[in-house]
Write a protein that binds this ligand. Structure first.
Ligand SMILES: O=C(O)C1=C[C@@H](OP(=O)(O)O)[C@@H](O)[C@H](O)C1
Ligand SMILES: C=C(OP(=O)(O)O)C(=O)O
Length: 407
């Protein structure tokens, strides 16, 4: 399926953002560990959250997490400590995404996990049993989700868990998010430097309301940056958010978007000119890199991004995908080394009748959609991929005045 997207003359609207998928997916695991029966308010309706709900409601011992990295990693650690024999599988891409740092660590404390296809990647067969815990070493440079997964199950282990994080810690705010949510569920943990100590203890069931998703908000910031006349209210965002991607407020200031925090969210507006060149290390906000690559190109602001190495092992190789799709629109991006992505302002011919590919990656679709504002229209393949984190994205664009035709 293809969409042809036409922008409105001006943007003035109020958008009910989806709930944070990172918080929703942690809360589901924490609820299961605390035997919590209180309903969660505002749980995300996205596919990545639904696959965890489906796993918990299933009578089968075979779970399909589709493309959800958090679901794959969190359920692996959860099921490793649950009596029974389990199979966790996912999409074709999920079966290429690494999970060995987590599996190796779980095996080191007695877990029984087998690779069913490719060594180091899902699908997995897990023969669950109560884990003793102890002291483990895990790499922090592949995915923070391994550390979050271990942290959440640590209090249920007989001896608790001391997690020593080796190498560079990427996506650190997501580890902080896990720690803060565990604290809300009554857990005490000690995190000093590269060491997280969690004693055996019981989770307390609590009522929880999930805040809106800052990563999803980034696409609306991008639209405001590109639209000559724009004011958008985004509901449900918190100023003192647990989400690291809230850092986009200060990053978008440099690209001419102001943020006013109001009681029920934020109002974002066009405010001044963008800076001449944009520099940022995305190691702590990998999910924002595509938004900023697209925004900078469409604003004609050259950029140097560092810390983008983890983008290669996400829903797709996001570096390759960005280079390919932005080139179709006339922007020549380069990797100066494996951790850097740069656009020095080099242009090429805009491909005639360019059609954007989305690579089974919600963030490719959402970050590129704003090109419709610059080019007056945009055609995109497989737009439904947004359901991974933001199922109502296209409906919200329609609400904001975009015309979207199915072609
Ligand atoms: O823990 C989480 O909720 C997430 C952690 C990040 O992954 P990595 O730690 O693999 O970078 C992020 O990209 C992903 O969208 C969500
Ligand atoms: C990388 C992402 O998700 P995950 O790793 O959980 O599949 C994402 O949502 O951008």
């Amino acid at each position: 399926m293809q969409y042809k997207i036409y922008p409105p003359e001006k943007l003035k609207t109020t958008i009910e953002l989806p709930a944070s998928k990172s918080i929703s997916n942690r809360v589901l695991i924490l609820n299961a560990l605390s035997l919590n029966t209180n309903p969660v308010e505002n749980l995300s309706d996205c596919e990545d959250t639904q696959v965890i709900i489906d796993a918990f409601n299933s009578d089968s011992n075979v779970f399909d997490v589709k493309g959800a990295g958090t679901a794959m990693r969190f359920l692996t650690a959860f099921l490793a400590g649950m009596d029974g024999e389990w199979i966790v599988q996912g999409s074709k891409r999920m079966h290429e995404r690494p999970i060995y740092p987590l599996v190796d660590t779980l095996k080191a404390i007695g877990a029984d996990i087998e690779y069913l296809k490719n060594e180091g990647c899902p699908p997995l067969k897990i023969r669950g049993k109560r884990l003793q815990g102890g002291e483990v070493y895990v790499s922090g440079s592949v995915s923070s989700q391994f550390i979050s997964a271990l942290m959440m199950v640590a209090p249920t282990m007989e001896n608790g868990l001391i997690i020593n994080i080796r190498d560079e810690i990427i996506s650190k705010p997501y580890i902080s998010l896990t720690a803060k949510l565990m604290e809300e569920y009554g857990i005490h943990l000690k995190w000093e430097g590269n060491r997280i100590k969690i004693k055996p203890q019981s989770y307390k069931p609590v009522s929880f309301k999930v805040e809106s998703d800052w990563s999803a908000a980034s696409y609306w910031y991008e639209m405001v940056a590109l639209c000559p006349d724009a004011e958008i209210t985004l509901l449900g965002l918190k100023e003192n958010s647990y989400q690291g991607d809230a850092n986009l407020v200060s990053l978008f200031k440099d690209l001419g978007v102001s943020t006013e925090f109001v009681s029920n969210g934020v109002v974002i507006r066009k405010a001044g000119k963008p800076i001449k060149k944009f520099f940022h290390n995305f190691i702590y906000e990998p999910d924002l890199a595509q938004t900023f690559a697209a925004t900078c190109c469409f604003l004609h602001v050259p950029f140097i991004f560092s810390g983008v190495q983890s983008l290669r092992i996400k829903e797709t190789d996001r570096i390759e995908a960005l280079k390919t799709e932005l080139k179709k629109l006339g922007f020549v991006l380069r990797e100066t080394d494996s951790e850097m992505l740069e656009w020095d302002g080099e242009r090429c011919f805009v491909e005639e009748n360019a059609v954007m590919d989305t690579y089974d990656d919600h963030r490719m679709a959402m970050s590129l959609s704003s090109a419709a504002i610059l080019f007056k229209s945009l055609t995109m393949n497989d737009p439904h991929v947004v359901s991974k984190s933001y199922p109502n994205f296209w409906d919200d664009l329609r609400k904001a005045g975009f015309r979207i035709e199915e072609v």
